[in-house]
Design a protein around this ligand. Structure first.
Ligand code: GLU
Length: 614
């Protein structure tokens, strides 16, 4: 019997508690198998071996992908199964109600292709959507604006799964959803991270009757070690399995999503304003996941492929690398190399703010931003001994020759308000295909709105638009537009073959996490496991560098003389002070794969391989 089905059969035989139509939590019976009971599927930060590999934040999702690979599925099939399983076990970060970006290396053709599954603003989205009509001023961002129907974009995740499977997969959507249906039905063991994320969102979840009944059963966050089942979501997945995209983008479910957005199922007790949204059934019916060409830059002889706009990930990671490329970081001291990384990142973020938006609406100079000559010219701004005053101005894309001094452009108009949630996964198969996929519902907990009886949260992705409309801001709110993302699923080739695939959640820190991990691996010579575990700092063109406390402890003293000032990561609304939760796979000789996940961030991730090396 195939791996996943075998596990389900054992689980279902053991599980006597059967409740339908809602989430159920109960202490986990000793004989209910979770992935930790399956050999090789424990939470492991690094796994090395052959015939396929996966890294996600969650052992259930990684086990689902390994099961698909063992059963003969390819990396795309396994990625969709893992993503759907994350919709069950990481419902506050990803799921049917969100969007994301899917990057695929096709071993047969040697080409990298991508799918833009970003959420989209409804056709009736007004440009003052985020202003409180009572005051004419923006709603406070968290928790007021993010907990709303107005922040909900038309979801892109189901269409992304379908498109990826149609374009590159071997399984049907119905087959790929099976592992997730199994996990949703038998339940998964609640861990510290899930409980803490529920507690962090308690006020928001209490604002909606549908959400509190699903995620706050009995009014409380589920206890660590209890089993969390989501029969509503299993049923919704079955609907998609049967009816395909029609089951989601039209028909009763589409109508229910529209109702949830236009008149959110608000509780009597909440004091949050919960502004209503404008999404319609026509918006849902019109949604399409888009095939996109990837971005590509050359970094020290490696081909780095990323996600083109509507994400700013590919161009901003790419530009950071092209700015760093002329400097020989491996011959510098570590603080010297980190100083260059922080400065390059500030410059790339200045350009991101000035030029990046949905290319269907604004003219994005993506080719220029990833041009090595432009990067060389931007590198003129880096003083090897002294941090520039921030914010640094954007570069002038209208004419560049790589020579110093370089002209500057007028500052950007928008302010970065992205939140930090999301999830990322990396999968490779025995044929050499590779998937890097970042998916999100934006904020941890998204809009806070569960579609009643359907088991999933709707996103608040539209808050990635600039909050206040400015006609010259490339990320201004416009109907039908995709808000600028920072998601940076990245695949790196060496001599035309996969060398490294990586990505991370973390809002706009995604870009710096991916760039810093590449620098750690390529320039500082760390193993991929150490490159992920290393403490992180994120300079997004602000006066102070946001950094994990461990980074400040390790490098603060050495970087302060350059003029860098630090502020510890974390905010008032989340308990975690960590930046990102990366996953990666590195490819070695003779088909060797090293899957790497976080050792501690987000409670640690789950790296697995199909056939472990001895
Ligand atoms: N909304 C963010 C983006 O699209 C992702 C949120 C996150 O990573 O937490 O870039």
């Amino acid at each position: 019997m195939p791996f996943v089905r075998r596990r389900l059969a054992a689980a279902m035989a053991a599980l006597t508690l059967v409740v339908t139509g809602c989430a159920v939590t109960s202490p986990r019976p000793a004989d209910v198998p979770g992935p930790a009971d399956v050999p090789g599927s424990e939470k492991t930060a690094t796994a090395t071996g052959y015939d396929g590999a996966v890294s996600t934040v969650d052992p259930e999702a990684s086990a689902a992908a390994i099961g698909v690979l063992r059963d003969g599925g390819n990396a795309v099939d396994a990625a969709v199964s893992a993503a759907a399983t994350l919709g069950v076990t990481e419902p506050y970060s990803a799921g049917l109600g969100g969007g994301g970006y899917f990057v695929f290396y096709d071993a047969k053709t040697g080409q990298v292709g991508t799918i833009d599954g970003r959420e989209t603003a409804p056709a009736a989205m007004p440009n003052d959507a985020f202003l409180d009509p009572a005051t004419g001023k923006p709603y406070p961002f968290t928790p007021e604006l993010v907990t709303s129907g107005i922040s909900v974009g038309v979801p892109g995740t189901p269409a992304t799964w379908k498109r990826a499977l149609d374009r590159w997969g071997t399984l049907s959507l119905s087959e790929a959803l099976n592992p997730a249906i199994e996990v949703a039905t038998r339940g998964f063991a609640v861990d510290e991270t899930f409980r803490q994320q529920t507690l962090d969102n308690k006020i928001r979840f209490e604002a909606f009757t549908s959400t509190s009944s699903l995620f706050l059963p009995g009014g409380e966050a589920p206890a660590v070690g209890s089993v969390f089942q989501n029969h509503d979501l299993a049923e919704t997945y079955r609907l998609l399995a049967k009816e395909g995209m029609h089951g989601f983008y039209s028909g009763p479910l589409a109508a229910e999503m529209v109702t949830a957005v236009q008149s959110p199922p608000k509780s009597d007790t909440t004091t949050l304003p919960v502004p209503a949204g404008r999404m319609t059934v026509e918006d849902l019916a019109a949604y399409r996941a888009l095939d996109q060409e990837p971005t590509r830059v050359d970094y020290r002889g490696l081909d780095v492929y990323g996600m083109a706009p509507s994400s700013s990930g590919g161009t901003t990671v790419g530009e950071s690398l092209t700015i760093l490329d002329p400097s020989n970081l491996s011959e510098m001291t570590v603080p010297g190399a980190l100083h260059h990384y922080l400065e390059a990142s500030a410059l790339a973020f200045a350009d991101r703010g000035k030029y990046l938006g949905d290319p269907a609406f604004v003219d994005v100079p993506a080719t220029t931003l990833t041009d090595p000559l432009f990067g060389k010219e931007r590198a003129c701004q880096i003083d090897p001994l002294k941090a520039a005053a921030k914010p640094v101005p954007p570069g002038d894309v209208s004419g560049f020759d790589g020579a110093c001094p370089a002209p500057a452009a007028a500052p950007a108009d928008g302010k970065d308000t992205e939140n930090i949630s999301t999830t990322n996964l990396t999968v490779a198969d025995k044929w050499g295909n590779v998937v890097e996929y970042t998916l999100t519902i934006e904020q941890t907990g998204g809009s806070g709105i569960v579609v009643p009886g359907r088991g999933f949260l709707l996103n608040n992705e539209l808050t990635d638009f600039s909050t206040v409309y400015n006609p010259t801001d490339p990320n201004r709110i416009e109907p039908g537009k995709r808000p600028r993302s920072s998601m940076s699923p990245t695949i790196i080739l060496k001599d035309g073959k996969p060398f490294l695939a990586l990505g991370s959640p973390g809002g706009s820190t995604i870009i710096t996490t991916v760039a810093q991990t590449i620098l750690n691996r390529v320039d500082l010579g760390m193993s991929i496991a150490d490159a992920i575990a290393a403490p992180r700092a994120s300079q997004r063109n602000t006066a102070k560098v946001t950094a994990e406390p461990d980074f400040i402890a390790a490098y603060g003293t050495d970087l302060t003389p350059y003029g860098h000032e630090f502020t510890p990561s974390g905010d008032a609304f989340t308990s975690a002070a960590e930046i990102g939760a990366a996953t990666a796979i590195e490819f070695g000789p003779d088909g060797l794969m090293t899957a790497a996940a976080e050792p501690t961030r987000r409670g640690g991730g789950a790296a697995m391989v199909v056939r472990p090396s001895k």
